[in-house]
Every structure is written in C-alpha cells, then in structure tokens.
Design a protein around this ligand. Structure first.
Ligand SMILES: Cc1cc2nc3c(=O)[nH]c(=O)nc-3n(C[C@H](O)[C@H](O)[C@H](O)COP(=O)(O)OP(=O)(O)OC[C@H]3O[C@@H](n4cnc5c(N)ncnc54)[C@H](O)[C@@H]3O)c2cc1C
Length: 401
C-alpha cells in the first residue's frame, strides 16, 4: 500500500492536519492510522470544549501565534457545519488579592496576542456572574470565548475527511516502524509506504517519536483532569466560563466553571497525577513505569521549583472532594459539597517534561526528522487552535517546500 501522507493518530491535531492538507494539496493521498476502534477515545473527545480566546500565552510562543486565529476559524467552521456553539464568554477573576496584578499581565498578553479582552469592575462582574467572587472588585472579561461539544466537532470532521477520500485504518495499535525507509508494518502483515509521516499520537506521541529516533530528551507526564457537575437543584447560577487567575509558570488553568449543553455546569478539570497515560478509571489502567517516572520527576521538582512545590501541596490532591471544593470555593464562595456530583467526564493531559532542564514544556513542540514530523506536547489550546496550528505545521515542514 502506498500513501503520500501517513498520519498517526485521529485526534483533533491529526484530523485538522489532514483537513488542511486536503485544502491546500488536494492531489495528495492521506491515510490516518488510529490505534482505537473509533475516534474520540482520548484527549480530543474528553476535553472541556472551550474555544480559548488566546489570553494566557507568552507572546511569541506558538500557542500565542495560533490560538486567536485558530479559535476564529474553528468557530466559523462549526457555524458552516451546523455545530452548536455556546457564545457565553469568560471571566478571569483574581481569587486572592495578591493575584490582582496578574489581571493586568493577562490583559497585556491578551492584547498582544490579538485577543479581545476588557478589564471590568465589580458592578460589571456581578451582573455577568452574580455568584462569582473577585477579591479586588476587578476581573478580566473575554467576550469571544465559546464552548462546543468536542465529540460533535471531531465526528463531523472525520465524516468530512472520509468524504474527501482520506483513508482511516482503525484498531491498528500494533503497527511497527519497518527497517525499510518510509514504511510501517501493519498488524495484518501489510506494509504501508509513505512519502511523509506525521506523528499526532497525543498521549503516546513521545513513545512514537522515539521509534523514529527523536524526542529522547523528553518524556510524558500525564496529568488527570476530573470534572464535577453542579446538581440541577443547586442554588448557584453560572452562565459564563468562570476561571481563577492561574499561575502563569504552570501550564494548567486551575479549577473553573464551564457551561455545557443542556444546562449542565462543569467544574474542573483537576490536574492530578494520572498514574498512567490512559488511566481514566481509578487504577484500572495503572501504568507502573509512567507512575514511577511521574513520582521521580515530581519529587525532584518539589526541591527545585517553587511553582511545582505549590502544585504538589495544593492541586495534586484535588482528587479529594474536600480539596476540590476548597478550590471551587475560591471562585464560587457559596458552593458546598452537597451542590455538586462527580461527572463521568475525565481527560488526561499529554504534558511533556524536558529531561535536560527538568521543566514542564509550556509550548507546543514539533520535531522534524528525515521523512517524519512529530507533534508532541499538543496540550491546551491545541483543540481550539487546531486549524491554524495545522497550517503552521505544514508551512514549516520541509516536505511541502
Ligand atoms: C481535561 C482536559 C481539558 C481540556 N480542555 C481544553 C479546552 O477546553 N480547549 C482546548 O483547546 N483544549 C483543551 N484541552 C487540550 C486538548 O484536548 C488537546 O490539546 C487536544 O485534544 C490534543 O489533540 P491530539 O490530537 O493531539 O490528541 P488525542 O485526541 O489524544 O489524539 C491522539 C490520537 O492518537 C491515537 N494514538 C495514540 N497512539 C497511537 C499509536 N501508537 N498508533 C496509532 N494511533 C495512536 C490515540 O488513540 C488518539 O486517538 C484539554 C485537555 C484535557 C486533558
């Protein structure tokens, strides 16, 4: 079998890349190799569905360059394809007085990244989110943040790609890199020859990269994101995204409230140790090697990084209901444990760790080698930014030059 382009992984990154290649190079044949029997089993089917406005990211980073444009393009695409969007905006609130100056920093970053942001006063805050809390009477308002159902998005994208002739090979977990150049061996003993391969394997992308001899300086540290939901009879009313000011040295955004479809309000996600790249359900898919690696690197971080020490002492334990409610209370002071129930939704962040300087990698990372390109650390907002991110990957790829 021959394909011009082989993509490993049918998550939002792999699908968007296929979509942009079909738009820009319609004569190329594309095959997507996916280890599961259907799409959406991992991060792209398990996220909050927030189309981020582009506020948090360090100006100059890839995230900063692709988020605003990507969000707008995905929104337009959803509208063209009749996919529901909640245009509910977002408020970022300083949950502690000492975090007030971060509102100015986030405002500056947002403006510099091309996002629409506004600093609001207490009256405006109270009219947008009456049950929320601002420690100083100020907050940041992002009118263009929206919410989609991520499964609806990826399923539609997959259907469109199939109609355009993109070939999907599902349930293909046992493929191996052939000793022949530009070839992989499939589990049915067939060979798939390609001209160029993209590794978009999400939580497994570092392992796949290593098969091609790249990414040896990195390993994945998976962080679990569990959600809770407000019970229907809860007295709290949240009709917008309500986020705390995050620690900008740390890639996760803190427990927040996100409106979902059908009147649901999600709280979370947490960012706790996952004990396995795909360990969504208790300890069912416990992965000893990943857990050991996580424990070793976190212990190390405890001693060298104040940010990570704060994380370990606080957020790492948010799987405990009383710790979770303490975090939720920072933005919704009236919330009580009796107002919430555990949500079945849970995702795991494909967070990369740099073994050389012992830090969590903050930006997306693309490593190209002869005949293949490896997209690793496709953490948030890779879903939001996917179309623009895909174009950037194509623009920088030697195969298309
Ligand atoms: C809890 C949580 C909340 C989030 N919220 C948001 C949000 O609100 N907004 C936002 O923009 N982003 C959010 N994100 C981030 C976003 O979900 C990810 O950035 C994005 O989905 C990554 O897409 P992906 O295609 O790289 O990964 P995935 O969706 O995981 O896709 C990778 C695919 O590769 C397949 N695969 C793996 N290994 C192999 C192999 N060896 N062979 C073949 N196939 C393989 C997997 O089965 C999978 O289908 C969130 C993430 C989490 C965890």
């Amino acid at each position: 079998m021959h394909t011009d382009i082989c993509i490993i992984g049918a998550g939002m990154v792999g699908l968007s890349l296929a979509n942009q290649i079909t738009e820009r190079f319609p004569n190329l044949s594309i095959t997507i190799v996916e280890k599961e029997n259907k799409i959406g089993k991992h991060t792209s089917g398990r996220n909050s569905g927030v189309l981020h406005a582009g506020i948090y990211y360090e100006p100059g980073s890839i995230k900063a360059k692709v988020c605003v444009e990507g969000a707008q393009r995905l929104k337009n695409w959803c509208k063209e394809n009749n996919i529901s969007i909640l245009d509910c905006g977002k408020v970022i609130t300083p949950q502690k007085v000492e975090l007030d100056n971060q509102i100015d920093e986030l405002y500056k970053r947002g403006i510099s990244n091309g996002a629409k942001v506004e600093i609001i006063d207490e009256n405006q805050f109270n009219s947008i989110v009456p049950d929320g809390f601002t420690s100083t009477g100020r907050a940041l308002w992002s009118p263009s943040t929206s919410v989609v159902n991520p499964k609806e998005v990826i399923n539609r994208l997959k259907d469109i790609l199939s109609k355009k002739g993109v070939k999907f090979i599902f349930f293909e977990n046992d493929w191996a890199k052939s000793t022949n150049n530009k070839q992989i061996n499939l589990s049915n003993k067939a060979q798939l020859n390609y001209d160029f391969l993209f590794n978009c394997a999400g939580l497994q992308s570092d392992i796949v990269a290593k098969r091609f001899g790249v990414g040896k300086d990195f390993t994945m540290l998976p962080f679990k994101g569990s959600y809770w939901e407000l019970k229907e009879n809860s007295p709290l009313n949240v009709s917008t995204n309500l986020y705390p000011v995050p620690d900008l040295e740390f890639p996760f955004l803190g427990v927040h409230a996100t409106p979902g479809f059908g009147g649901k309000i999600y709280l979370g996600p947490t960012a706790t140790p996952a004990f396995g790249r795909e360990n969504y359900d208790g300890l069912k898919n416990l992965d000893i090697n990943t857990s050991l690696s996580f424990a070793i690197h976190m212990t190390n971080q405890f001693f060298i990084s104040k940010t990570m020490r704060n994380y370990i002492l606080n957020q790492a334990f948010e799987w405990l209901p009383h710790k979770f409610i303490d975090a939720a209370r920072l933005i919704l002071p009236k919330i009580k444990l009796e107002h919430i129930k555990k949500s079945p939704k849970v995702g795991i962040r494909p967070q990369l760790y740099d073994l050389r300087n012992k830090t969590l990698v903050q930006d997306f990372l693309i490593i190209e080698t002869e005949g293949s390109s490896h997209i690793i650390n496709a953490i948030s907002p890779a879903f939001t930014a996917s179309f623009a991110f895909a174009d950037r990957i194509i623009d920088n790829c030697t195969y298309f030059k």
